[in-house]
Design a protein around this ligand. Structure first.
Ligand code: AMP
Length: 219
């Protein structure tokens, strides 16, 4: 199965991607996670991306397209993938179509997550993650102390710099300007596009996704 999880920051793409990745046993390809790893490892890419990410802007298309092309061409993606956070511009969407053609990838489903702007801000500013295992938490639903409930590491729970309120407002602005036009591009190109209401309980949203995927019958 080839899935693209599309939608604004904080709409639940990462959470659902992790669940679906386990369920279907296909890799979760998160461009945001890849960039954060590069920043943590202080690679050349990480050095370039750090300040761009901290300000809520997008990393240049050519860099992102190169990374995604390499990843989708690798053997780990041979039986499918869940792409989360890419494409974010029409340029990236066009390049992705080209990559799919080259790799002979045909059936691609786009899950389009929708969520109200104030709910995004409420969620994202309460979001926390573990530096050690990458697990995601939310102060709105999870009781957190100094120990990661997922891996048991101590002192590793943190808030991403780009989840602070001023930056998330900027990210939403960038989403509207640069990423929303991707929807129009996909609609004009007859892509398989499924709308997902991002508001509600995690399990219930997963259930809706699974039902909608069965209806399109591509797996
Ligand atoms: P995310 O975790 O998907 O919200 O991504 C975090 C940040 O990484 C974004 O705000 C961007 O700065 C950068 N980023 C992730 N994916 C992309 C992409 N496809 N194109 C450009 N920048 C990206």
């Amino acid at each position: 199965m080839h899935l693209i999880l599309f939608g604004p920051p904080g709409a639940g793409k990462g959470t659902q991607a992790k669940i679906l990745s386990q369920k279907f046993n296909i890799p979760h390809i998160s461009t945001g996670d890849m960039l954060r790893e590069a920043v943590a490892n202080q690679t050349e890419l990480g050095m370039k991306a750090k300040s761009i990410m901290e300000s809520g802007q997008l990393v240049p298309d050519d860099i992102m397209i190169g990374i995604v092309k390499d990843t989708l061409s690798s053997t780990k993606c041979k039986d499918g993938f869940i792409l989360d956070g890419f494409p974010r511009t029409v340029e990236q969407a066009k390049a992705l179509d080209k990559i799919f053609k080259e790799l002979n990838i045909k059936e691609v489903i786009i899950l389009d997550f929708n969520l109200d702007e104030e709910e995004i801000i409420r969620r994202v500013t309460n979001r926390r993650s573990c530096k050690n295992c990458g697990a995601l938490f939310n102060l709105l639903y999870d009781k957190l102390d100094d120990i990661c409930p997922n891996c048991g590491a101590k002192g590793t729970i943190y808030q991403r710099d780009d989840d602070k309120e001023d930056v998330i407002r900027k990210r939403i602005e960038v989403y509207k300007k640069s990423t929303l036009p991707v929807k129009k591009y996909y609609r004009e190109n007859d892509a398989c596009f499924i709308s997902i209401d991002g508001f509600g309980e995690i399990e219930q949203i997963t259930q809706t996704i699974l039902e909608k995927l069965t209806q399109v019958k591509v797996h």
